[in-house]
Design a binder for this molecule. Structure first.
Ligand code: FAD
Ligand code: SF4
Ligand code: SF4
Ligand code: SF4
Length: 395
């Protein structure tokens, strides 16, 4: 029966739940708002499957070296597809190919309560919802067993998600030929409880239910970063320079409320678990940025023969160039864990106790960014930020 410090080390992939033959495991939430498994000892038959399939308890996958992988910078040539995606629209390009071949796609969507959840579907309309980064940990729901079922039927399945979620999936389903995995390069996932508090804060402010959150909207170009929140009463809240000025996104980037296991992530690096690893591409030159019209670029790593073969079929749909692994490692945390705020515990304690109206103040105080945020606001109001943006890759 699976047993370790869930609060600290569990990544919430649900491989244990998916593999339990007697449904003895269910989710509970930690006081920080992350889902962790709990075992009903009255039902457990001690078969040990949960231990064997837990990616945290298993040995780390062998890392692939730079000479074994192909690394690209890429942007979807279809401007409409590119504009709806978080960076270069690579996920959408791969996923469309799978759907066109009667396959199935798994990725993260907002559900009707605006919680991030993994969804498995063969519908184009569901694929549209998977686009865009949801900076909060997604609940796996029953995605592992749904994928297993489709694989058994011989369907092609594309599974996209965090590398830890993919590691859990692979422990349960292995490496069948009809499965393609697309890992999202990530520095961590945020607490669903903190997202809920922020959502309520926005709903109070705008007097209506939140119905969509675009945390990497391109409404003001890509590299500066904007967030756009849409409400049922048709109001919209757009925050330009969201990495610095949207309290939820700035707090996430600072590592104020990420899952504890992300602090020393066991799933960093490149392994055969992911046929593709995709993320933002920041190593562009001025000329490349101009050619791209600041619409977004992705890093694409094709890691396995399966990933390389599929990319060979697809790469003509992208403006792309092969680049070195060293170049992408300079600006992406592929090998190392991301930021971890020293005031994380203080932040989470305050958020639990105080009303959602205080959200913004608590973020800026605990991240030590109050002054920077005030200065940025002043610069934005007098238009200086827009001028600086022309000379900078990322502000
Ligand atoms: C939580 C999170 C952290 C990230 N951190 C980094 C980073 O540090 N460095 C970096 O280079 N890139 C990071 N990214 C990836 C980046 O934002 C883009 O998602 C990626 O470049 C793909 O862009 P795209 O245009 O091809 O895909 P899009 O069309 O935008 O598709 C988004 C893809 O991300 C998946 N996704 C969305 N939200 C989640 C979620 N909460 N959990 C799991 N999967 C999700 C969707 O299923 C879909 O496959 C992060 C993404 C997320 C979700
Ligand atoms: S040991 Fe077997 S029965 Fe018990 S919780 Fe784990 S998978 Fe379920
Ligand atoms: S299998 Fe996944 S959810 Fe279950 S204990 Fe291990 S890491 Fe946590
Ligand atoms: S940083 Fe590591 S543990 Fe955290 S979500 Fe990403 S892959 Fe999973």
């Amino acid at each position: 029966m699976i047993q370790f410090d869930f609060k600290k080390d569990c990544c919430g992939c649900g491989a244990c739940i998916a593999s339990c033959p007697v449904n003895a495991i269910s989710w509970t939430n930690t006081d920080e708002g992350f889902h962790v498994p709990t075992v009903n000892e009255d039902i457990c038959i001690n078969c040990g499957k949960c231990d064997r399939n837990c990616p945290v308890l298993s040995d780390k996958e062998k890392a692939l070296s730079a000479s074994e992988i192909d690394v690209w910078m890429a942007a979807n040539k279809n401007k409409e597809e590119l504009s709806q995606s978080a960076s270069g629209g690579v996920f959408y390009g791969i996923a469309n190919n799978i759907l066109q071949n009667s396959g199935v796609v798994a990725g993260v969507v907002w559900n009707e309560s605006m919680q991030a959840v993994y969804s498995v579907s063969n519908q184009q309309s569901e694929l549209e919802k998977m686009r865009g980064s949801k900076y909060v940990q997604a609940l796996p729901q029953n995605c592992i067993n749904e994928v297993l079922e489709y694989l058994k039927q011989g369907k092609k399945v594309l599974f996209s998600g965090t590398p830890c979620q993919i590691a859990g999936l692979i422990k349960c389903v292995g490496h069948p030929e009809n499965l393609i995995t697309c890992g999202i390069i990530c520095e961590g996932v945020a607490s669903p409880l903190v997202w809920k508090v922020y959502k309520e804060c926005l709903e109070n402010k705008f007097g209506s239910q939140l119905i969509n959150a675009e945390m990497r909207s391109k409404c003001d170009g890509w590299s500066g970063g904007s967030s756009r929140y849409t409400f049922a009463n048709e109001k919209q809240y757009i925050q330009k320079r969201c990495f610095s000025l949207d309290p939820y996104i700035a707090g996430f980037i600072e590592g104020l409320f990420n899952r504890p296991c992300c602090k020393e992530c066991k799933f960093k690096g490149v392994s055969e678990n992911c046929d593709f690893l995709i993320g933002d591409f920041w190593g562009f030159t001025k000329e490349q940025k101009a050619k791209n019209e600041n619409r977004g670029m992705s890093t694409v790593i094709s890691c396995t023969p399966k990933g390389k073969a599929l990319w060979n079929e697809l790469f003509e749909d992208f403006l792309c160039e092969q680049v070195s692994y060293e170049l992408v490692c300079k600006s992406n945390n592929i090998e190392h864990s991301g930021h971890w705020a020293k005031n994380r515990e203080e932040f989470l304690e305050k958020i639990e106790k105080q009303s959602s109206r205080e959200f913004e103040k608590i973020v800026w105080t605990c991240s030590g960014k109050m002054l920077k945020k005030k200065l940025m606001k002043i610069l934005q109001n007098i238009g200086i930020l827009d001028i600086m943006q022309c000379f900078s890759k990322e502000l």
